[in-house]
Design a protein around this ligand. Sequence first.
Ligand SMILES: *Cc1c(COP(=O)(O)O)cnc(C)c1O
Length: 335
Amino acid sequence: MAAAVKAEAYGHGLVRAARALSADAFAVACLEEALTLREAGIVQPILLLEGVFEATELPLCARHDVQIAVHHPEQVLMLERARLDRPVRVWLKLDSGMHRLGLEPETAPAIFQRLRDCPAVAPNLGWMSHLARADERDCDDTRGQLQTFETATAGLPGERSLANSAGILGWPQTHFDWVRPGLMLYGASPFVDSLAADEDLRPVMTFHTRLIAIKRLRKGEPVGYGGTWHCPEDMDVGVAAAGYGDGYPRHAPSGTPVLLHGREAPLIGRVSMDMITVDLRGHPEARIEDRVTLWGGGGLPVERIAQSAGTIAYPLLCGITARVRREVIDFPVVE
Ligand SMILES: *Cc1c(COP(=O)(O)O)cnc(C)c1O
């Protein structure tokens, strides 16, 4: 299993997550992430999912034992021109139908031969591809990608890797030799129609802040930038200290829930950089300094916030900004 720890391990901290995960290997998006892991003393294999961006990265990959995807003929040329102290392990990335990165499957045997003859490439070539629609439960395109990948690699030696989280959970036929989970490791569901709990996953991240003001407003008074929300009656409005400057989605509309004393309260008005406002009509017990959970905490799946804000869990988890204090607590192991 190669754990995807790119993008600061989906916002959980690259090195922290790599140390906490029992993974056979790690997958990252760029050399900087790989080198950060090596500097932190991570010894497992590390794979650059998009390979090198320029030829000058190749000697660093060789020196720090970083494996690379090769998804483009240009990257093959870089390897053929490179003079490395030791060879790098290469994963041939095929375009099985996503049409983003990947070699044309028909070119695979010829490129395989070229790389086998290339002194910069280690002999144990692997095969990979990426699924575009595995988050859909039933999808002909996914079956097509699987078929294309199998056909292109049939009879050729080398380990194979296809599945992301959605493939792992929803498409067992896609598992092959190496799976590449990302999102599911952090306890969120990759499917639009399920929550972490439905997939037997437990959220790792809880994002919370405090109530910093409670205001009594009169019927008809507007709240926040643009005055997009008006009090339907005399009521208390709470101000919580988190906004898009912390990674809370600016497009979360009025009605998006937060948790206060374990119960939901709806966000009202626009999300600002440092604050959100909350309807306290159902929470007469609310006091300044009370904890406000924005997602996680057992009761508020990040998938719900994503859905409300018209996005997916991935960018919410990745988007927590640097100023948010990280606190690591032990994760209770459930048998
Ligand atoms: C990010 C990534 C993964 C992990 O995807 P999840 O949907 O988070 O499981 C796997 N493979 C590749 C190529 C990726 O870029």
